[in-house]
Structure formats: structure tokens, C-alpha cells
Design a protein around this ligand. Structure first.
Ligand code: PMP
Length: 388
């Protein structure tokens, strides 16, 4: 039986070029960029070039790119770094109820440290109201953090509208966007949107794991979380991960160049899948045609997500429940609950995430598998599932 991987929102297969570059740079350029000899200088040059490449993929300046170990670090660095740096101006910060754990828990930690946090609700599609964001902003609000695309449902937030309203209400309030699930799938214009801080993770766009980018707009000061070295403009001490950084820059360029084609191709596959899911009795959709093209989320109320996931795996289909970082927790999805879904619906969410390798034939196989599993599990549905 062949396996088909439908978990591209959790991680993507690296490009062949990425694998080659990681290995080449590890072999040839093992010098430390902070060393003064030639090997160190060459390593430094590679990082400079990678920084220019990432900046050009995002339409920003090289000095605005900070290399990190991924989006968990990028989100922590942006949120805690901004809140701590600007606490003399105020200690009120804003986010939403549906952020990735690396954002959400950074806010919870800041709350424990004495910050006042507003967690904004979302509507039944998982969207935040830009007017609600703006009306929560006060003179002492230093930071707003809102994700571009939700990792469980694919819901797209109105980032441009939020950015514009924020600049009118209080131009000094910083705007952080977790862009992990948006880059390569939707077009991104950080300057036009008024974004000050923007997080990316390389393994979500076919780069290596353990590396990412934090965009820090020129003039924005952050308190560094890692100290003890002057790397990354003093924002992140520690010897740079050169092979991963260089390979990420390549993946970023390749993904950026393919974004429009990806959107068209994957939207067609997604629309077809949504149509089929609408015809299967018992399935409740949590995504639609206006969501990001690569994520389809549905619930099968009365059946725990894990059971459905394992039944699909037996048929060769690798899907997931919620975010990879919280899927091992046997709790209902916080995102689906915030969208007003019932406890049963929120406990039975399944996420399919599509990649550029998938074909119509793959989707057909997936549809067949979902239909069969739903039929097979139908007699075992437990209405009124107990809260454990
Ligand atoms: N934010 C979002 C929206 C994500 O989907 C993820 C990955 N699940 C992260 C942050 C964390 O990324 P990383 O794996 O690079 O730490």
C-alpha cells in the first residue's frame, strides 16, 4: 500500500536543492563566521548572501532579517522581546484566542509577569474583526499579535485592514504577524500591511527544520532573549546555523517564485475535496473556499479525531488532528471551540493539508478513504461525548 502524506501544514518535504545545499555547506563551510581567518570570512559571506536572498523574497532590507531556530523561537523573540522592551510605555498587549501555542503561551507567560493581555474572540469562520482590534487599542498598548493563516483551519485574517486601522488608532503600537502558514500560499506585502514583526519557519516551505526568519522592521527595538554574543545584530547570541540558513534562503526563493502557481493548482484540488466532503453524511466543515488553499479541516462529531486519523492511516492516508505541537493532547481543539463549534465537533477535528506534489488522483484516493472511514465508523458514533 502506498502512503500519501497530507500533513504539509505540520512539515513539508525539503526540495532536493535544499538537501544538497545543507550537505555541501556542512562539508565545505564549517568555519565560524565570527572567526577572522578565510574560512570564517567565507562562512560570513554565505550568511550575508542568504540574508539578502531572504530580504528580497520578502521585499524588505537585509538588516531587517534575523535568523532564528524556527517560528517557536521567532514568536517568543518578537512578543516577549517587544513587550519587555517597551514596558515603560505600557503593559497592555493584544492577541487572539486562536493563535499557535508559541504565541498564545508567550502571552500567558507575559500575563504571569504582570502584563495585561486582551485575548480577542473570533467569529464562526475563525476571523478576528479589525474594528474590534482597533477599539481595544489604548495609549498603553504596545503590541498586537495576530496570525496570517490559522494552522488548523486555514482561516485567513484581515491583516491589511488590521494594520491600517492600528496605524490610525495608535501608530506606536507594534504589529506582529505569525506568517508561518501564509508564506508561499498567499501573497505577502509587509510594508503595505504595516507589519513591524513577522515570523517564518523554514520547514513549512520545503526548507530544513530548525531554522527560521524573524523580520524586524528597521527602527523597532526588541529586548534580546538570548544574550552572550553579537550575532544577528545582538538580537540572538549564538553561532549561526549556516547550512540551514543558506538552504532556507534557497527554499524561500523557490517557494516565493512558485506561490501563484501553487495557489491556483492547490485551490482547485481543495475545492474538489470540499465539494466531496459536503456530500458525506455526518461531516461538518471547518474550512471553506475562502480559506488558505492548502488546509481543509472537518469534524466528524461523535468520533474522537484520533480514531478517524488512525483509520485513514490504515488506508494509507497520513492526516492530522490539530496543530502538530498540540495534537498529542487529548483535548478538544481550542481553535474550533473559539469558532463556536460544539464540544463534539471540537473533539473530532481532522486536518488535511495539501502540498504542491499532490494530484487529482491523490485527492480521489483521499476522498474514497474518507468516505469509507466515515461509513465504517458511522454505527459507532457517540452522541453526547463526555468531557474527560
Ligand atoms: N506558528 C504556526 C502558525 C505554526 O503552524 C507553527 C508550526 N506548527 C509554528 C508557529 C511553530 O513553528 P516551528 O515548528 O518552526 O517552531
Amino acid at each position: 500500500m502506498s502512503l500519501i502524506y497530507w500533513d504539509h501544514a505540520a512539515s513539508t518535504p525539503p526540495y532536493e536543492d535544499v538537501i544538497r545545499i545543507v550537505s555541501e555547506v556542512m562539508k565545505e563551510h564549517y568555519g565560524n563566521p565570527s572567526s577572522m581567518h578565510g574560512l570564517g570570512e567565507n562562512a560570513g559571506k554565505l550568511i550575508r548572501r542568504a540574508r539578502e536572498g531572504c530580504a528580497s523574497s520578502l521585499g524588505v532590507k537585509p538588516a531587517e532579517i534575523v535568523f532564528t531556530s524556527g517560528a517557536t523561537e521567532g514568536n517568543n523573540m518578537a512578543i516577549k522581546g517587544a513587550a519587555l522592551q517597551h514596558m515603560s510605555r505600557g503593559k497592555h498587549i493584544i492577541t487572539t484566542e486562536i493563535e499557535h501555542a508559541s504565541v498564545y503561551e508567550s502571552f500567558v507567560q507575559l500575563q504571569q509577569w504582570g502584563f495585561e493581555v486582551t485575548f480577542l474572540p473570533v467569529n464562526s469562520r475563525g476571523e478576528v474583526d479589525p474594528v474590534a482590534v482597533s477599539s481595544e487599542i489604548r495609549k498603553d498598548t504596545t503590541l498586537v499579535s495576530i496570525m496570517h493563516v490559522n494552522n488548523e483551519t486555514g482561516t485567513i485574517q484581515p491583516i491589511e485592514a488590521i494594520g491600517k486601522l492600528m496605524k490610525v488608532k495608535h501608530p506606536r503600537t507594534l504589529f506582529h504577524v505569525d506568517g508561518v502558514q501564509g508564506f508561499g500560499k498567499l501573497s505577502v506585502d509587509l510594508r503595505k500591511w504595516g507589519v513591524d514583526l513577522y515570523t517564518l519557519s523554514s520547514h513549512k516551505f520545503r526548507g530544513p527544520k530548525g531554522v527560521g526568519v524573524l523580520y524586524v522592521r528597521e527602527g523597532v527595538a526588541l529586548t534580546p532573549l538570548l544574550t552572550g554574543g553579537s550575532q544577528e545584530q545582538g538580537l540572538r547570541a549564538g553561532t549561526e546555523n549556516i547550512p540551514q540558513i543558506v538552504a532556507m534562503a534557497k527554499a524561500m526563493r523557490m517557494t516565493g517564485e512558485r506561490q501563484e502557481t501553487f495557489h491556483v493548482r492547490v485551490s482547485l484540488l481543495r475545492n474538489r475535496l470540499l465539494q466531496t466532503l459536503r456530500e458525506i453524511p455526518g461531516i461538518v466543515l471547518n474550512s471553506d473556499e475562502d480559506s488558505a488553499p492548502h488546509i481543509v479541516n472537518f469534524s466528524y462529531p461523535g468520533m474522537k479525531s484520533e480514531v478517524f486519523v488512525h483509520a485513514l492511516e490504515e488506508m494509507g492516508m497520513l492526516v492530522s488532528t490539530k496543530s502538530a505541537c498540540s495534537s498529542k493532547l487529548a483535548e478538544p481543539s481550542k481553535v474550533l471551540l473559539s469558532m463556536g463549534r460544539t464540544f463534539e465537533e471540537a473533539s473530532s477535528g481532522i486536518r488535511i493539508s495539501i502540498g504542491d506534489c499532490h494530484t487529482e488522483d491523490d485527492i480521489e484516493q483521499l476522498e474514497y478513504a474518507i468516505r469509507s472511514v466515515a461509513e465504517r465508523l458511522q454505527p459507532f458514533l457517540q452522541r453526547g461525548m463526555k468531557r474527560s
